[in-house]
Write a protein that binds this ligand. Structure first.
Ligand SMILES: Nc1ncnc2c1ncn2[C@@H]1O[C@H](COP(=O)(O)OP(=O)(O)O)[C@@H](O)[C@H]1O
Ligand SMILES: N[C@@H](CCC(=O)OP(=O)(O)O)C(=O)O
Length: 372
């Protein structure tokens, strides 16, 4: 079996708290330096990498002198805010040693549930990748309480994989992967080398005695693999301290547990958009725009739009139709329906003069567009 990471172009790598903070003893400079070196090598192979890092609370507890995890939510949030400074500092320093810049991105559940913020987060991450920066993502713990939390960074990693159409999610943890039972409790447990993301049998193994959904551990990783597969991304769960784990995976070596997505990426993405976002309106395209969008893989510019149907806000999903009414594409719009009515048939150079601002030269950027 060859690792899916070999052919993956855009990869999300999630590192857990115990790895990052050396089991709570403080940020593990040596381990982080090794991942940074390996990620630098992956980028040398032309891959794009986004890092999702936990560890803010664990590091903040140490810095503030808490011996046990606080139960008060605001103390936990204070720990996260303090610890996040350490994370940002160590990642920036470690990647800078390879001439790579980093960016801190803190997200909440509300950010990805709101269309406009979803679109902004998606565009910002795509722009950071285009600029050659490694985004370092964590949950914005300071502003969230239990009900509106992602809850764990395995879930956050999967949502980010969905958000930016990643090909793969690598979850680095303190075990060699998924075992048929919790290896801490069952010494006879064996490693599951491969499986299908979403297979309920995997959840039963990770659920094990006593653990319950949403409380971290292996189950959130298995559920994250299922979620990532929703947009066609494969997942690998591996031990973060395995020698050259990332570069070996990229070379095709099968390490840890590989959970493959069962639906092809483009199909899964269409399905995901169809399931998650309602179509709020339509734009009618002229023949030239149809050609650019459907055959040449270009963005949709306002100049190619001849009519607008319905009311929609910025970030809404709209359908692109031919003058005969045939739906050809769907995507997230940069302009509201009223704005689009003002700029249709106009060159993008006139957008600013007409509206007084410009969100972008495109009505729908090709990154946010799927063909039907
Ligand atoms: N079937 C299983 N296979 C592997 N690990 C399991 C399994 N069931 C439970 N676990 C536990 O999950 C832990 C990893 O989860 P967690 O501590 O949340 O890691 P991280 O901080 O990397 O997210 C392991 O240390 C292990 O004790
Ligand atoms: N935002 C939290 C992440 C908590 C979390 O999910 O931790 P883990 O299960 O170790 O990945 C932090 O940085 O401490």
């Amino acid at each position: 079996m060859k690792s899916v990471i070999h052919t993956a172009h855009r990869i999300i790598i999630k590192v857990g708290s115990s790895l990052v903070t050396n089991e709570g003893r403080g940020l593990d400079h040596a381990a982080i330096a090794k991942w940074a070196a390996q990620i630098s090598a992956l980028r040398g192979l032309g891959k794009e990498v986004v890092l999702v890092s936990s560890g803010a609370i664990a590091e903040g507890m140490l810095r503030l002198g808490f011996e046990a995890r606080p139960t008060d939510v605001h103390e936990l949030q204070a720990c996260a805010a303090v610890g996040q400074m350490g994370l940002a500092q160590i990642y920036e320093t470690s990647f800078r040693a390879h001439g790579i810049g980093t960016a801190q991105v803190l997200l909440t559940h509300a950010d990805l549930a709101d269309r406009e913020r979803y679109l902004n987060a998606r565009s910002t991450l795509a722009t950071l990748l285009r600029l050659g920066v490694v985004p370092i993502i964590n949950e914005n713990d300071t502003v969230v309480t239990d009900e509106i939390k992602f809850g764990d960074n395995d879930t956050l990693g999967a949502l980010v994989a969905n958000l930016i159409d990643a090909d793969a999610l690598i979850i680095l943890t303190d075990q060699h992967g998924l075992f048929n039972a919790d290896p801490r409790k069952d010494p006879a447990a064996y490693l599951i080398k491969e499986g299908k993301a979403g297979d309920p049998a995997l959840e039963a193994m990770a659920g094990g005695a006593g653990s319950s959904i949403g409380r971290g551990g292996m189950l959130t990783k298995i559920l994250a693999a299922k979620r990532a597969a929703g947009s066609g991304a494969h997942t690998v769960i591996a031990w973060g301290r395995e020698h050259e784990v990332l570069t070996r995976l990229a070379a095709g070596e099968a390490i840890g547990t590989q959970l493959t997505a069962q639906t092809a990426q483009q199909k899964a993405r269409k399905q995901w958009m169809a399931d998650h976002l309602h179509t709020a309106g339509k734009v009618v395209l002229d023949a030239g725009a149809i050609e650019k969008v459907t055959r040449e893989g270009k963005s949709l510019l306002p100049i190619g739009v001849v009519a607008v149907e319905g009311q929609f806000g910025r970030g809404a999903v709209i359908t692109c139709v031919t003058e005969a009414g045939l739906a050809v594409a769907r995507g997230l719009t940069n302009y509201t329906s009223s704005e689009t009515r003002l700029i249709l048939r106009k060159p993008s150079s006139e957008i600013e003069a007409i509206l007084g601002f410009m969100e972008g030269p495109e009505l729908i950027h090709r990154d946010n567009l799927i063909l039907l």
